[in-house]
Design a binder for this molecule. Structure first.
Ligand SMILES: Nc1ncnc2c1ncn2[C@@H]1O[C@H](COP(=O)(O)OP(=O)(O)O)[C@@H](O)[C@H]1O
Ligand SMILES: [Mg+2]
Length: 257
C-alpha cells in the first residue's frame, strides 16, 4: 500500500549537518499495523512528515498504491492519509470548540451532504467514546485522553485509509494509555484501516503491531514481523531495546534475548 524507496533527508542548522534519514526502504501493506520504533532523534517523525508531504525528502520516493506521492499532493490524496500527533495540547486549537475542530476537515474535504455537520461530528465523537455534549467544549476543559480521542475523531473525519500515529499515547498515563490503545485497535478493525504506529516504547509494539522497523540514528537496524523480531532479534541494538522493556513476571523475563 505504501512503499518507501531509498529515502534520505538531512537538516542543516548553522553549518551543522544532521542526517535524519539514510536510505530508508520499507513496504507497508494494507491493514498492517506497522510500528516504527527507535529512541528520540532516530528519524521517526521526519519519516512521518515525508509520507504526509509536510517535508520534502532529499532523495528517494514514497509510493501510495503504486503512485508516486509528491509533497504538493491533491486534496483527494491528502484525505486518504491522516495524522495523529503525540501532543494533543499543541494539535488542538485552544480557541476552537471540539465541534469546529472536527467539522473543519469535513468542510475542507466535503464529506457531508446537506450541511449535516452536527450529525456527522456527533457520530465521529461516538466512534471514539465521547458523548455529543463534548461538541461545545474547548480543549483545555478535556483530559489528555479525551483530547487524544478528539484528535482520533478528527483523523477519522476524512474517511482515510491510512492513519499515521506519532507517539499517540506517550503523553498519557499508563491506564489511559491502554484505553486509548484498545480504542485504536477497535477503530482499526471497524474501518479496515492501515496504521503506521510510531513509538519509542517497544512494549506497546508487542501488543499492537504485526510489523516493526527498528530505527537507529536515521538508519534501519532491522525490520520484519513483530513476533519474529521479539523472538529472534538480529541486531545488537534491537536486543538491547528488548532487554530494556520492564517485565512483571519471570515467564516474561525468560522470553528476553
Ligand atoms: N525541522 C527540523 N530542523 C532541523 N533538524 C531537524 C528537524 N526535524 C528533525 N530534525 C533532526 O533530525 C533528527 C531526527 O529527528 P526526528 O525525526 O524528530 O526523530 P524522532 O521522531 O525519532 O525523535 C534529529 O537529530 C532532529 O534534531
Ligand atoms: Mg518524534
Amino acid at each position: 500500500m505504501i512503499k518507501i524507496r531509498d529515502i534520505s533527508k538531512q537538516f542543516t542548522i548553522k553549518n551543522n549537518v544532521v542526517k535524519a534519514l539514510s536510505n530508508i526502504n520499507l513496504e507497508i501493506l494494507e491493514r498492517d499495523c506497522f510500528a516504527i520504533v527507535g529512541e528520540s532523534g532516530s528519524g521517526k517523525t521526519t519519516l512521518a512528515n515525508i509520507i504526509l508531504g509536510i517535508y520534502q525528502q532529499d532523495e528517494g520516493e514514497v509510493l501510495f498504491e503504486n503512485k508516486i506521492l509528491i509533497k504538493n499532493r491533491s486534496l483527494q490524496l491528502r484525505k486518504l492519509i491522516q495524522f495523529v500527533q503525540q501532543n494533543p495540547m499543541s494539535t488542538l486549537n485552544p480557541k476552537k470548540t471540539i465541534y469546529s475542530t472536527i467539522a473543519l476537515p469535513l468542510k475542507i474535504h466535503k464529506i457531508v451532504e446537506n450541511n449535516k455537520y452536527k450529525e456527522k461530528v456527533e457520530e465521529l465523537l461516538s466512534f471514539v467514546g465521547l458523548e455529543s455534549n463534548f461538541m461545545d467544549r474547548y480543549p483545555d476543559t478535556l483530559s489528555g485522553g479525551q483530547k487524544q480521542r478528539v484528535a482520533i475523531a478528527r483523523a477519522l473525519a476524512t474517511e482515510p485509509k491510512v492513519i499515521i500515529l506519532d507517539e499517540p499515547t506517550s503523553a498519557l498515563d499508563v491506564i489511559v494509555q491502554s484505553k486509548v490503545l484498545n480504542l485504536l485497535l477497535d477503530i482499526k478493525k471497524k474501518f479496515d484501516l492501515t496504521y503506521i504506529f510510531i513509538t519509542h516504547d517497544l512494549s506497546v509494539v508487542k501488543n499492537i503491531a504485526n510489523k516493526v522497523v527498528v530505527m537507529n540514528k536515521g538508519k534501519i537496524e532491522e525490520t520484519g514481523d513483530t513476533i519474529e523480531i521479539f523472538q529472534n532479534p538480529k541486531s545488537e541494538y534491537t536486543k538491547t531495546l528488548i532487554r530494556a522493556i520492564p517485565t512483571v513476571t519471570d515467564e516474561e523475563d525468560a522470553t528476553k534475548p
